[in-house]
Design a protein around this ligand. Structure first.
Ligand SMILES: N[C@@H](CCC(=O)N[C@@H](CS)C(=O)NCC(=O)O)C(=O)O
Length: 185
């Protein structure tokens, strides 16, 4: 099994955590922008090769990893919705990061303003969920990968969302989460 990705991507990190949790052998192939444009029609990482099977998104990769180990992926509708809400916030945060890096003035464009507002509203909803209690399942793992990446890239001020910061502290108790910490910037 070959997982293509980068050591910094939160989507890739989630897949690596799942592979480590399940004790699966895999080869990690560090893949840059040029290589992902060649290797996947989505032009993104992660992508995975498992024999003849090629998967192009972290969600299908996670479902495959869990299913190969006879475990469910986002089994309850509540967990699935939370996983998707985190992913929405993560997608918007990464889009703004990449747009800004490529020279777009994200402060003045009306659509990027909407993305920024979406992130704040998602953070509030996720903080409320975290106050009620979370589990170390795929929704909880994705949330921890998102928060840690946002802090690593200095993209978000999370001081107004204490339950999210507490969740990150809890996540750091996980061996697989610690083993997949992004390299120092
Ligand atoms: N929906 C995808 C998102 C993956 C994604 O956004 N990957 C980023 C790295 S964190 C990427 O490769 N971006 C390159 C680009 O957008 O051109 C998944 O869950 O795998």
């Amino acid at each position: 099994m070959k997982l293509h990705g980068s050591f910094t991507s939160p989507f890739v990190r989630h897949c690596r955590i799942a592979l480590l949790q399940q004790g699966m052998d895999f080869e990690f192939i560090e893949t840059d922008y040029a290589q992902s444009a060649e290797g996947s029609p989505a032009m993104r990482v992660p992508y995975l090769q498992d024999g003849d099977l090629v998967l192009h998104d972290s969600s299908s990769i996670l479902k495959h990893i869990r299913q190969r180990n006879e475990q469910g992926f986002c089994q309850s509708i509540e967990e699935f919705d939370l996983y998707l809400l985190v992913t929405t916030a993560l997608d918007s945060t990464i889009n703004l990061f990449l747009l800004e890096k490529s020279g777009v003035d994200i402060a003045t464009n009306s659509y990027t303003q909407r993305q920024a507002q979406r992130i704040q509203q998602c953070l509030q909803a996720l903080n409320n969920k975290a106050e009620q209690g979370l589990e170390w399942n795929d929704a909880g793992i994705r949330l921890a990968c998102f928060i840690d990446w946002a802090l690593y890239r200095q993209r978000l001020d999370l001081s107004g969302f204490p339950a999210l910061l507490r969740w990150l502290e809890d996540a750091r108790q996980s061996r697989e989460f610690e083993l997949t910490t992004p390299p120092a910037a």
